[in-house]
Write a new protein. Sequence first.
Length: 70
Amino acid sequence: GNGADASGNARDVGLFGGVGFGSGLFGQALNLTGNASQFAQRPVSDAVLDFGPSDFTIQVWVNFNSTANE
C-alpha cells in the first residue's frame, strides 16, 4: 500500500495521483487506471539507474484490463 522498496535496496518511490494497488505476482502491484496524473517516481536521481548512452533492456510485467487503448 505504499512506494517502499521491498528489495532491501532502499529505492522507494513517491506515488502521485491516488494510485491504487491490486494483487501482484509477489504481493501487491500498482494499479494505474489510465489517468495521466497517476504515476510513481523516484524523488532523487540514482547513479545505479543512469544507463548512459549504451543499449539497455527494461522488463515490465503488465496485466491489462483491456487492450483497446494500448
